[in-house]
Structures are given as C-alpha cells and as structure tokens.
Design a protein around this ligand. Structure first.
Ligand code: KG4
Ligand code: ZN
Length: 362
C-alpha cells in the first residue's frame, strides 16, 4: 500500500484537537495528537455552552494544528489529505473545523475528507490494533452509548443504545448531586472504592426487554431519593456518599454487562473468525465496568479490547485514521462538505431519543 500521511481535525464538542497519522501497512503511527480541552471555560455553566465552544474552537484551531504539525516534524505540504469531523456534534464547533479544513485544503491543494465523529471512535481498534472486520463495539461516553457492529469502514449496524441519558452524563449528574468534582466519572469511581454496593439498590432498567436498548435517566432520580433519606442538615456523611456511589456504579455496570451479553450473542451469530469486543469512550476508563466486560468476554470466548484512554476519549488521531480508511476506498469530499449536527452511522436504525449535555446523540 502506498504510505499515507493525514492531518486530522476534531472540534465537535468541547475538545479542539489536531493529529498527524501515517500508515503504510499494519498498524498506523500516530506522529502527533494534540487535544486542547475547554473544561475551564464551561465550568460555571454545568454543561457545554455551544456558543462558547464554537468561539473557543475558532480561536484555538490554528494553533492546535500548528502544534500537531510541529510535533510530527512535517509541514502541511507533506500531508496527503486533511480529514475533519463533519458531524455529529454541536454545529458551531463542527463548522469551525470544517471551514478551517476547507481553507487548508484550498491553500495547499490537498484532498478534503469529511469524517463522521462516531466512525472515528468506532474505527479506533483498527488504528491501535489492526483489528479485522467485523467486530463489535460499545461506545460509552458522556455523549454516546451504543452497540455497533462494524462491518467495514463505511458500514455499521447499531444494535441498540441509550434511550435517554448516556452513562457518562449519569456519572456526572451523580457527582453533582453528591457534591463531587466534575467530570464525575473518576470522582464517583474513587468514592465507590470505599463503598458498599449492596446497601442501596438502584434500578436496572430495561433488563426485562430482549433488545439492546438501555436507560440511565431514572438512576439519578433514585439516587436523589436515597441521598435525601440519609442527608442530615444538607450534609452527607463520607460513608453514605461512598455507598451511594458504589450502588450507582454497580447498577450502571450490571446494565452494560447484561446488554453487552445480548450484543455479543448477536455478533457471534455472524461467526467472525477472530471475534473482538472493543470499548471506547470515557466511561470505558471505569475500572469496575472494564473488569466486568473483560470477564464477560473471557466467559463468551472473545478478545476484549480497550484502546488507551487518550484514544478512547475525543481526539483527532481517530479522525485522521478514519480519513485514511476513506482515502484508501477513494472516498473524498469537495468544498460543498457540510457540517451536520445529526449524522447517524446506521441510517436504517431507529433514531435515538433524547439529547445529551454534549449535543445530539446520533
Ligand atoms: O469520551 P469522553 O471524554 O467525552 C465524550 O463524552 O464524548 O467521555 C467523558 C465522560 C464523562 O461523562 C466522564 O464522567 C466519563 O466519561 N468518565 C468516567 C470515568 N472517566 C471518565 N465515567 C466513569 N468512570 C470513569 N473512571
Ligand atoms: Zn466522542
């Protein structure tokens, strides 16, 4: 295969990211991957403010791209194409990235490749481990929660997903209700380590349904009810907080494991030669959830793959890689490439309900 070097650009949520990825054969080399987060800018608002995000992306993109090229030790002229997230996400941010990529391509006379952000996540196991199609992916973050069968770089089947909140949102809301720091996932996990998961029993919704859909919004209501029972003069005892966190985390883990079991059954029916179950997204960093999924895969005879956290959370290396996959298939865009707030990977699946704190869940 001819070697390819792509610049990737990501700006669909609250991370401005640029990366350079080179591929010839086997697994690719990430020459650079720069992520400039915006957590501090949104901290006072309890969520990502789209206008603030879009403005910050527009301000930070040039510098982030320059940094990525510098670290890779190349110039734009050394790239074979520019890949950019064209959706789904907060449209102002996506637009900033797409406009920037168009400018770079026009100026340096390079091909432009629009990438679906979810395809970037879903194709990451091929970037890191050269996994063969078809594989099963659970994308589980603050904005997404879905099971995907990845048949090729352009064909995905969504087996199911959340019908309301994403698990990361549930972790973040739980942290907020219990007076823990944001982002909530790591704080709740840490508190849960000292807690008793059996003291408070939280609901495991939709487990009676034979599908792969999930629901996490009821958990926070249940948590609020239990919290109020043990709160004294508006204060929570340390052990009560730990037990609430442990109970909550066990409920999320149980739902993810039960639904993963169903998704694996559906995947194994395709008789893949080397079955792989991969996870991506910030929640995949949770050690209890990760350990549960790992045990499940060992029981069901599949390889469990969790790419390094920096490649599980939003980044531009995955966008550059998805661009390389499209380049090799001859799939290019032109200056009419549009920014899409919603862009489901599987257009035949039922539309997802709800809309997360980080924008539409496609
Ligand atoms: O993938 P990500 O960085 O961004 C998107 O949402 O796209 O995921 C961030 C989410 C946050 O909601 C955060 O609380 C959650 O992932 N998270 C965790 C852990 N680390 C991050 N949730 C549970 N346990 C963790 N250790
Ligand atoms: Zn993402």
């Amino acid at each position: 295969m001819p070697p390819l070097t792509l610049l990737g650009i990501e700006s669909s949520c609250d991370d401005t990211a640029a990366a350079v990825v080179r591929h010839e054969t086997g697994t690719a080399d990430i020459l650079s991957s720069v992520v400039a987060g915006q957590t501090a800018l949104h901290a006072d608002f309890g969520g990502v403010v789209p206008e603030i995000a879009a403005r910050a992306h527009a301000e930070k993109l040039d510098h982030t791209i320059e940094q990525a090229l510098d670290i890779a030790g190349i110039t734009l002229a050394d790239c074979d194409a520019v890949a950019v997230t064209a959706g789904p996400g907060l449209v102002g941010g996506v637009l900033s990235g797409v406009m920037c990529a168009k400018g770079l391509c026009a100026g340096a006379n390079l091909p432009l490749i629009g990438v679906n952000h979810l395809a970037g996540h879903a194709l990451t196991p091929r970037l890191t481990d050269g996994v063969a199609f078809p594989y099963l992916m659970l994308l589980v973050s603050g904005g997404h929660c879905q099971f995907l069968l990845v048949h090729s770089a352009t064909r995905f089947t969504r087996l199911g997903g959340t019908i309301d909140d994403a698990p990361g949102e549930a972790f973040d809301k739980t942290a907020k209700l219990l007076g823990l720091a944001q982002p909530g996932g790591p704080a709740v996990q840490q508190a849960a380590e000292l807690g008793n998961p059996a003291r408070f029993v939280f609901p495991r919704p939709l487990l009676d349904r034979a599908d792969m859909d999930m629901s996490f919004s009821g958990l926070k209501t249940a948590l609020l009810r239990e919290r109020d029972k043990v709160m004294v003069d508006g204060a929570l005892h340390r052990q009560d907080r730990a037990d609430l966190c442990a109970g909550f985390q066990a409920a999320v883990r149980d739902v993810l494991i039960a639904k993963s079991r169903r998704a694996i059954d559906a995947y194994m029916a395709l008789a893949p030669e080397q079955p792989v179950f991969a996870v991506a997204g910030g929640v995949a960093a949770n050690s209890a959830i990760r350990a549960g999924l790992q045990t499940l895969c060992a029981d069901m005879g599949l390889r469990f793959l969790a790419p390094p956290l920096a490649l599980c959370t939003d980044n531009a290396a995955m966008i550059a890689w998805a661009g390389i996959e499209r380049y090799r298939l001859g799939l290019f865009d032109d200056m009419t490439l549009a920014a899409r707030p919603r862009w489901p990977l599987d257009t035949t699946a039922r539309p997802m309900l709800g809309s997360g704190k980080k924008g539409a869940k496609a």
